[in-house]
Design a protein around this ligand. Structure first.
Ligand code: GLC
Length: 647
């Protein structure tokens, strides 16, 4: 609702900052006036009763204006040129990587852009490059300076220069903001340790363990093996601090508006480096309330909405990805609800589908996956998924028990089977993974291991098993193809484009050996990568096939994400099938998750009214005449087809 006092307050700050409201800055002026009321309301939902609420609100508006002023002309032009729904396009394919493990440094990255261009990747997620203490960095997710690039990667100038080079080549940049916590070595934490009350209020710090104990009664543990509990004693000041993740990651206190203002400023700092997609790390955890699990709370959503609104005003070309790895019902809320539907996070990870792909691969059965779709299809138009087979984190099996039960399985036994399968403990399992964060109290565990190792390549190579190698490659490509065409931006994990197996070197590094996620974070060997050019090698096979899949995705417009996916019923329980339809163009993605050939009735392709005469497979470039309903398309073990109906 319009408020003249708010308008006046905003106008005064615009004037103070010399914004040309009816001249060059008119579009910005329109944006800030249009969004002022929602920003004000969202802010007040959280901070209304805080004694410093008024003063901090003025800082918030001033911060938005300053962020706009500091935005370069190039980025302002890019904001204008990007269509509002640029990220729904089928033209974008991403890759997530650790700069140091990929090629040493940010400077070296400039020389590696050809690798991405050749593969077809045009969105790079650089895993955190800001300063974090060696030995307790959590892969860069324990940040000690949000604005200083860690010396092991290079400098801020190197990052800016890389961004400019990427921009010139049409490659988008994705970066994290680690919003939930800082490293215990961050300046704020250091001051808090010294007893500075202002900075103690930046964290959840308590004089004795009674409140922590009360919180702990309702909070699950994230890393029960390496960092049990949710609080850590600080000997320097004799107090307790909330540390939901590792003991060296201190949770920020967003009930304090000063924390929000500082972190929003960091959001803008990244926006003005030229970040196209801002990955908000661990947003499910940013609001805490005693007596709850302290995850997915309504106010966490309010904070995200507030960030989104502010970003829309100052840097509208930057999309927001909420890294919430939660079940299907909860994940939908990160896209926004009610009047904020499709106005909270632009992206979320389709972690449920990712895990369900692994479920299908281990069981050869698609029914649990299909049971989750009625929830996943609720994603609003205008927001999209990151689709992936794995990322730098573990694979959690956090989908609802009901989806498992509805397929006729016992949820506990089913998950137990999956875990055993991926650590190679079930008869016939080719996988070589490990359990991550096993919690003996709850029986929960997640899975570590590279795509290739979980798909059997490591074992087959060690056994010199030619057939096993071929099957592993098929599994890898099946997993990639299934996620590439689902809708959403595919995000490859570096090394997977060449079939990198587990890297066990982490075991000899004390800063990493306690965290087996490092087994699937390989150090890239550029000598090995030369095999991409040698036909017949595993690297060549996987790279060229991945390249082809990416090129096809860019060619097939109907795979853009416009809420245009329909799942085929389980005509054959081993075969997952979806139809992508846009403006009369149709694509069937058909995937056999079984180790045996599968038969799919031609009836599966007759549901759209017009019965096709021929199905053209974009992947194999073969044509299939559509047969009678009692005849079949025969899929090879772990085979897949990308079929376009033709008359
Ligand atoms: C996110 C990151 C993960 C990290 C955690 C804590 O989930 O992806 O790697 O350990 O946040 O920052």
């Amino acid at each position: 609702m319009y408020s003249s006092s708010l308008h006046q307050q905003v106008n005064a700050l615009l004037k103070k900052n010399k914004i040309a409201i009816s001249g060059a800055d008119n579009e910005f002026y329109v944006r800030i006036i249009a969004n002022a009321a929602p920003i004000h309301n969202l802010y007040h939902e959280i901070y209304e009763h805080h004694p410093k609420a008024k003063e901090a609100f003025s800082q918030l508006i001033d911060g938005i204006i300053k962020a706009y002023i500091n935005r370069s002309a190039t980025l302002k032009q890019k904001d204008k040129d990007k269509p509002a729904d640029w990220f729904l396009s089928n033209q974008i394919t991403g890759m997530s990587l650790y700069v140091d493990r990929f090629c040493g440094s940010l400077k070296n990255m400039e020389q590696k852009l050809d690798h991405f261009n050749r593969l077809g990747v045009n969105l790079l997620h650089l895993l955190p490059v800001f300063e974090s203490p060696a030995g307790e960095s959590d892969g860069g997710y324990a940040v000690s300076d949000f604005r200083k690039v860690d010396a092991r990667f290079g400098t801020l100038d190197d990052l800016i220069s890389l961004q400019q080079k990427m921009n010139a080549e049409g490659i988008y940049l994705m970066q994290d903001i680690v919003l939930n916590h800082t490293s215990r070595q961050h300046e704020w934490a250091l001051k808090a340790k010294q007893g500075d009350a202002k900075y103690q209020d930046y964290f959840y710090i308590y004089s004795d363990s009674s409140i922590p104990d009360e919180f702990d009664r309702h909070m699950p543990e994230i890393f029960p093996e390496s960092s049990p509990g949710n609080f850590t004693y600080i000997p320097e000041c004799g107090k307790w601090v909330m540390t939901v993740f590792h003991h060296y990651q201190w949770d920020l206190n967003y009930t304090n508006p000063a924390v929000f203002i500082e972190m929003l400023d960091n959001v803008f700092f990244y926006a003005n480096i030229g970040v196209d997609v801002l990955r908000i790390d661990a947003p499910a955890f940013i609001w805490k309330q005693m007596g709850t699990s302290c995850q997915n709370l309504p106010k966490a959503h309010t904070l995200l909405r507030l960030i989104k609104q502010c970003v829309q005003v100052a840097s509208p070309g930057m999309a927001i990805l909420g890294e919430a790895i939660v079940g299907p019902t909860e994940i939908m809320k990160y896209f926004g609800t009610g009047e904020y539907k499709a106005h909270e996070c632009d992206f979320a990870y389709n972690a449920t589908q990712m895990a369900l792909q692994w479920d299908m691969l281990a069981t050869g059965d698609t029914r649990v996956m299909l049971n989750a779709q009625h929830e996943l299809l609720q994603k609003p138009l205008g927001a999209t998924w990151i689709t992936y087979t794995r990322c730098h984190d573990d694979i959690g099996l956090g989908y609802d028990d009901d989806t498992i039960r509805a397929a006729g399985f016992n949820a506990y036994e089913h998950r137990k089977y999956l875990k055993e399968y991926y650590i190679g403990n079930t008869p016939g399992s080719p996988a070589k993974g490990a359990l991550f964060s096993s919690n003996p109290k709850t029986g929960d565990a997640r899975i570590s291991g590279s795509l290739a190792s979980l798909c059997g390549l490591e074992k087959a190579l060690a056994d010199k098993d030619i057939l096993g190698i071929d099957l592993a490659i098929r599994r890898i490509l099946l997993m990639q193809a299934h996620s590439f065409f689902l809708g959403g931006v595919p995000m490859l994990f570096y090394g997977d484009e060449l079939g990198y197996c587990n890297d066990y070197s982490y075991l000899s590094d004390p800063g990493k050996s306690y965290d087996n996620r490092w087994m699937h974070r390989p150090i890239i060997d550029w000598e090995k990568n030369k095999k991409i050019d040698i036909p017949g090698t595993v690297e060549h096979k996987i790279f060229t096939a991945t390249q082809k899949l990416i090129a096809l995705r860019k060619k097939l417009k109907m795979v853009a994400d416009y809420k245009n996916i329909t799942w085929l019923p389980a005509y054959n329980i081993h075969v997952a099938g979806y139809v992508r339809e846009l403006k009369g163009e149709v694509l069937y993605g058909i995937f056999n998750f079984s180790h045996q050939p599968a038969y799919l009735t031609w009836f599966a392709f007759k549901g759209l009214g017009k019965i096709p005469a021929i199905l053209y497979d974009h992947y194999t470039e073969d044509e299939y005449p559509v047969g009678l309903d009692n005849e079949y398309l025969i899929l090879e073990p772990y085979g897949f087809h990308l079929l376009e109906p033709r008359s």
